[in-house]
Design a protein around this ligand. Structure first.
Ligand SMILES: *[C@@H]1O[C@H](CO)[C@@H](O)[C@H](O)[C@H]1NC(C)=O
Ligand SMILES: *[C@@H]1O[C@H](CO)[C@@H](O)[C@H](O)[C@H]1NC(C)=O
Ligand SMILES: *[C@@H]1O[C@H](CO)[C@@H](O)[C@H](O)[C@H]1NC(C)=O
Ligand SMILES: *[C@@H]1O[C@H](CO)[C@@H](O)[C@H](O)[C@H]1NC(C)=O
Ligand SMILES: *[C@@H]1O[C@H](CO)[C@@H](O)[C@H](O)[C@H]1NC(C)=O
Ligand SMILES: *[C@@H]1O[C@H](CO)[C@@H](O)[C@H](O)[C@H]1NC(C)=O
Ligand SMILES: *[C@@H]1O[C@H](CO)[C@@H](O)[C@H](O)[C@H]1NC(C)=O
Ligand SMILES: *[C@@H]1O[C@H](CO)[C@@H](O)[C@H](O)[C@H]1NC(C)=O
Ligand SMILES: *[C@@H]1O[C@H](CO)[C@@H](O)[C@H](O)[C@H]1NC(C)=O
Ligand SMILES: *[C@@H]1O[C@H](CO)[C@@H](O)[C@H](O)[C@H]1NC(C)=O
Ligand SMILES: *[C@@H]1O[C@H](CO)[C@@H](O)[C@H](O)[C@H]1NC(C)=O
Ligand SMILES: *[C@@H]1O[C@H](CO)[C@@H](O)[C@H](O)[C@H]1NC(C)=O
Length: 737
């Protein structure tokens, strides 16, 4: 009996020890696991404290559940989150980066888990609104970012959250105003607030002043307007203010200089105005100062050069002015990127910049810089990106002779950089070995004369070559086709003669898909116009999505287009207008399945428009006006959706969209019927031709942005919202970059 009893006791002892976690918790967890359709968790042993992802405390209560990036998916509409409601001792829950969705589960979770301190549900597909009931008082960190939560953020949600230090709801679709009274109604311990990538609107109301521990405040990519709240300047703990891509305005108050711990100030793409506060140098910890695309003006306060921690200084597209050479950049010894694009700076290239040894990118484009490039620029050993476009420099020959020795240089734009000075195309050098890493070269809109120089064909890494609008003469060198990575050639608006070289039709990058291209990001994103600026611009950090283009427009080229053109299967844009080409439009152009822009206007082409061209589904713009073409425009195709001006100036061409009807065929055709057929086809073809255009544009923007991770979404959203205004701005100011 006693033996039996002790056996029982042992059994009880063991069984309680084996079933260490409580039955309720075990049931809860199993219910959770059951709702998951994949993958199955190895939750079989009896003690759930030993299960994967579970941690218990000394009392064998489940306190942590951590299953991030496990590919968890759940079955239909039952949210797994609601089954966690009985894990009342849970303090840490991390289900980040899974595929949980639905809007029902999380409310119960917020309500029932009274000890929860850390909740990370980021990167799922959860939706719904935040409950108006207060969140657990013990919560310290809440990350709901990168989901599909929506609605307003109710202030009652935080009523009891006295210990909240970090709150991240970025990348959802929250609306209404930013809950800036957070620190007043709840925790004044908050250090991190991230509201970016939502649909918050209105102004940032006062309240942040109560967040006396706030370090990081991010609310970029919303629809915020108004001025910055005064009490924000009281939060001297702030290290980061990131509010890009909003419609905030007002003068940058001198009070911002109270925020001496600031390391990141990002106010790009807003409407801030006025001058920079005089004693800006007080912000001596500043690493990133990003103010591009605002309405700031005036000269830079000399004390800015006391911000010696600066790594990136971007003041592009404002109205700053002043003699650049008067600023002493030499104290900015950590500077890596300087972007002063499109301001009103004058003076010479600041020689003090030559002592910023770590500089990787300099863009002074679209200012009024004069003078010469000095050989000292070679002390910038890391210089990889240099754009001086749209200035009034002198001595392009000297500049080229110096810059070719910049070993790291990958991107060089000297478009329209120089005042009128005719220079020979070889820049006085028959032969040289420079620019060995150059990927992008833009010498357009200068006064370069003579034949396209041979040294260009030594630049084996060259991908983009723009010599547009110079005075190049002679034939197109057939050596061009030997450049293994070249995929963008613009020789338009020169005095080039001779024929279209057959060899050009074997340009490797245009003939077959290969992954030879450098995938490295440029140090700064570039603006570039598509199709000569007709439909838009791109803002890219990577050349991978630069359109594959041959532009030979407005030269003196003669002869036929070689049938070998059909080999350039990857070509996106072909501009041959305003030359003296003759013969027929080769059928083979219809092999260029990627072609989106084709301009053959103002030549002497004859014969019919090949019907096969109608198979070019991506064709968004097409122009054959002012040639000697004849016959009927191929019907029932996207050609009818182009305007008549694309066909005008060909007296013998007929049919829609031209007003002149074709001669009735010998057998009496029913004119009315055929027109009906055409107009029936017109509607779908407009759609078809518009949609690929859109798709193409979309990918051009989006695809390239994939490579600038932080900004991908930002710029995509920006282009989405304000494409037109950016375009107008670019078209006015930067069109030739
Ligand atoms: C979803 O749950 C039902 C029962 O509720 C089950 O029959 C079905 O197999 C589950 N689907 C998946 C994909 O697990
Ligand atoms: C499941 O976990 C147990 C221990 O808890 C382990 O012995 C077993 O190998 C695991 N099974 C799989 C398939 O991983
Ligand atoms: C959740 O897990 C992920 C992946 O391990 C980790 O990066 C993240 O920091 C965790 N979240 C919290 C709040 O600890
Ligand atoms: C949680 O506990 C309650 C009360 O014991 C019970 O009714 C409910 O089914 C439990 N929920 C889960 C998911 O186990
Ligand atoms: C807040 O944190 C303090 C210190 O960690 C703790 O003593 C207190 O219980 C917490 N408050 C709540 C409501 O959990
Ligand atoms: C908030 O979460 C997003 C991911 O969704 C992350 O990129 C961002 O860095 C987080 N914010 C802060 C301040 O940590
Ligand atoms: C936003 O969320 C989506 C979906 O989870 C994710 O793919 C994307 O990377 C997130 N964007 C940012 C900027 O965190
Ligand atoms: C914010 O957006 C809502 C619509 O979502 C609108 O009704 C409201 O007027 C906006 N508020 C402000 C201040 O613009
Ligand atoms: C900033 O702080 C000072 C002193 O702490 C206080 O007098 C002032 O009212 C605060 N300003 C705002 C706008 O809250
Ligand atoms: C903040 O700035 C104001 C005036 O700009 C000044 O009077 C005040 O002392 C500053 N406070 C701190 C903490 O620097
Ligand atoms: C820059 O800082 C130095 C030393 O802190 C100081 O003497 C100087 O006046 C400051 N210059 C400007 C222009 O503020
Ligand atoms: C042009 O620059 C080169 C290299 O710096 C220099 O040798 C030459 O003297 C300059 N020419 C003129 C006219 O200034």
């Amino acid at each position: 009996m006693a033996q039996c009893l002790s056996f029982l006791l042992i059994l009880i002892f063991f069984s309680t020890h084996i079933h260490a976690c409580s039955q309720t918790e075990r049931t809860s967890l199993l219910a959770f696991a059951l709702t998951l359709s994949s993958p199955s968790l190895n939750w079989t042993s009896s003690n759930c404290c030993h299960w994967e992802g579970i941690t218990c405390n000394q009392d064998d209560s489940v306190t942590q559940l951590s299953l991030p990036s496990k590919g968890l998916r759940h079955n239909e509409s039952i949210s797994p989150l609601s089954s966690l409601e009985n894990l009342t001792h849970l303090t840490y829950l991390n289900l980040s980066r899974n595929s949980l969705y639905g809007s029902s589960g999380q409310t119960r979770l917020f309500l029932s888990l009274n000890h929860l301190e850390i909740l990370d549900l980021s990167y799922n597909f959860l939706s719904g609104e935040l409950p108006i009931f207060p969140l657990s008082g013990s919560i310290r960190m809440l990350d709901l970012s990168s989901n599909s939560f929506n609605g307003e953020v109710p202030s009652s949600f935080f009523q009891r959250a006295w210990n909240l230090t970090s709150f991240n709801i970025s990348n959802n679709t929250f609306k209404g105003s930013i809950p800036s009274s957070l620190c007043f109604t709840s925790s004044s311990l908050i250090r991190v607030l991230d509201f970016s990538f939502n649909k918050f609107n209105g102004s940032i109301s006062p309240g942040l002043g109560d967040c006396s521990k706030l370090k990081v405040f991010r609310a970029g990519n919303n629809n915020l307007s108004g001025i910055l709240p005064e009490d924000m300047y009281n939060v001297t703990t702030l290290e980061q203010i990131s509010l890009p891509l909003n419609s905030l305005y007002g003068v940058l108050s001198g009070r911002i200089l109270n925020l001496t711990n600031l390391a990141i100030l990002d106010l790009q793409f807003n409407q801030f105005s006025g001058v920079l506060p005089l004693h800006f140098g007080k912000l001596s910890k500043l690493k990133l100062l990003l103010l591009q695309i605002n309405n700031l003006r005036g000269s830079l306060p000399p004390s800015l050069m006391n911000c010696t921690s600066l790594i990136e200084l971007n003041l592009g597209t404002n109205h700053f002015e002043g003699d650049l050479s008067m600023y002493n950049f030499s104290k900015l010894s950590r500077l890596r990127k300087l972007d002063l694009l499109k301001n009103q700076f004058t003076g010479t290239f600041p020689t003090s910049l030559y002592s910023c040894k770590f500089l990787k990118a300099i863009r002074l484009s679209a200012n009024d810089i004069v003078g010469q490039i000095q050989p000292e620029i070679l002390s910038l050993k890391s210089l990889s990106f240099l754009s001086l476009a749209l200035n009034r420099l002198t001595n392009i020959t000297g500049a080229i002779k110096i810059l070719m020795h910049c070993k790291s240089l990958r991107f060089l734009s000297l478009a329209s950089s120089f005042e009128e000075e005719e220079v020979p195309a070889d820049f006085g050098m028959a032969d040289f070995d420079g620019f060995q890493n150059l990927v992008f070269l833009d010498l357009s809109h200068n006064e370069v004369t003579g034949q396209i120089p041979i040294w260009l064909f030594k630049l084996k890494k060259l991908e983009v070559l723009n010599l547009n609008s110079n005075k190049f003469t002679g034939p197109i060198p057939s050596l061009l086709w030997t450049l293994p990575r070249l995929f963008f050639v613009n020789l338009g608006f020169n005095l080039i003669s001779g024929e279209f070289p057959k060899e050009l039709c074997s340009l490797p990058m245009l003939v077959s898909q290969n992954n030879n291209l450098s995938t490295d990001d440029l140090e700064l994103p570039i603006y570039s116009t598509k199709d000569g600026g007709k439909t838009g611009v791109q803002y890219n950090s990577n050349l991978l999505y630069y359109p594959r283009t041959i532009d030979l427009a407005s030269n003196s080229l003669t002869g036929n287009i070689p049938i070998e053109i059909g080999q350039l299967q990857l070509l996106r844009e072909l501009f041959l207008e305003n030359n003296f080409f003759t013969g027929k439009i080769p059928n083979q152009i219809s092999n260029l399945k990627q072609l989106a822009y084709l301009d053959l206007s103002m030549n002497h082409f004859s014969g019919n428009i090949p019907a096969s061209l109608t198979s070019l589904n991506f064709l968004a713009d097409f122009n054959v006006s002012f040639n000697n073409l004849e016959g009927q425009i191929p019907t029932g195709t996207q050609f009818q959706s182009f305007s008549a001006s694309a066909f005008e100036g060909n007296p013998n061409l007929c049919g829609s969209p031209l007003p002149n009807k074709c001669q009735p065929p010998p057998i009496d055709g029913d004119d009315n019927n055929s027109r009906d057929v055409n107009s029936e086809h017109q509607v779908p073809w407009i759609l078809v031709s518009a949609v690929p255009g859109f798709v193409v544009g979309f990918w051009a923007v989006c695809g390239s942005l994939i490579f600038i991770k932080t900004w991908r979404y930002a710029y995509f959203r920006f282009l989405d919202n304000a494409y037109d205004s950016l375009y107008v701005m670019i078209a006015v100011g930067i069109k030739r970059m």
